[in-house]
Design a protein around this ligand. Structure first.
Ligand SMILES: [Zn+2]
Ligand SMILES: [Zn+2]
Length: 269
């Protein structure tokens, strides 16, 4: 498939990830000839093999923030992407703390692995980078001091990923105009933790952003107990978007959810 989003994991807390009730390998976006691996968490390289992703074909690795479930596979994915530097290539784009560390934490990427990529960039919210024919904008995320999400602009569609974040006005502004939004929804209705969204927040968020498709992922154990499929259906009833709950290994073709492209096809008849 030329354009696809592949879920190498859908787990979102230490119970779910610790027991691998759901995997935690991140999300791979294949857009044309580009392959972006976002948030390679614990077991990323194993899940890449399981779900037919070749790390040698990775164009860029993107990390939203310096938490273990988003970074544990980072160095091993860089090693696989570059044959440990024999073929120095690829881009690493991530938030400030993952790349440079902070007063509190060391950076997830080692100095050695940083030296294996062709270029590395620390991204702040609203910063834009171009990788081949895809533009990537860092979105706001209220989670860690340097957390970001990502919005991908391709010629035919716009896809974005909220990462871990609270509901906020900035979040709405940043994700407006996306055809497909991937949302880290750790909690079901009625349960809430600072720095995360639950099903109720997702309803508010979708009422404002109105994507064609919303994909829920990054489930905590309480969300799994409540059943993400049920939660997705309830959210869909209250919004105008199609809402699905991701499963490990799920593959979505974003082109099917692109309004502009459908319109263009209709016009040509
Ligand atoms: Zn986090
Ligand atoms: Zn997380």
């Amino acid at each position: 498939m030329k354009n696809s989003i592949v879920f190498l994991g859908t787990g979102g807390d230490s119970i779910v990830v610790g027991k691998q009730v759901r995997a935690s390998g991140g999300i791979v976006f294949k857009f044309g000839d580009n392959q972006f691996h976002v948030d390679p968490g614990p077991g990323a390289i194993v899940r890449a093999k399981q779900f037919d992703i070749n790390p040698r074909e990775t164009t860029a690795i993107l990390v939203s923030h310096n938490h273990l479930h988003h970074t544990a596979g980072l160095n091993s994915m860089i090693s696989a992407m570059t044959y440990s530097g024999i073929d120095k290539r690829g881009v690493l784009a991530c938030d400030e703390e993952t790349l440079h560390g902070s007063q509190m934490e060391k950076p997830a990427v080692s100095n050695y692995h940083k030296s294996l990529v062709e270029r590395f960039i620390a991204m702040k919210p609203e910063m834009r980078i171009g990788i081949n024919d895809v533009n990537i904008v860092a979105t706001h995320a209220k989670h860690t001091p340097t957390s970001i999400g990502f919005k991908f602009y391709t010629q035919n569609f716009v896809v974005s990923y909220t990462s871990d974040t609270e509901y906020s006005k900035e979040l709405i502004a940043d994700h407006k105009g996306s055809d497909v939004i991937i949302i880290n929804c750790k909690y079901p209705l009625g349960l809430r933790q600072k720095g995360h969204m639950n099903s109720e927040d997702v309803v508010k968020f979708l009422e404002k952003t109105k994507p064609k498709l919303a994909i829920l992922t990054h489930f905590g154990i309480k969300m799994l107990d409540a059943d993400p499929i049920y939660e997705a259906r309830e959210i869909q009833k209250k919004t105008k978007s199609q809402v699905i709950a991701a499963k490990d290994g799920l593959v979505v073709n974003p082109v099917s959810y692109t309004a502009s492209l459908k319109q263009r096809k209709l016009n040509s008849f």
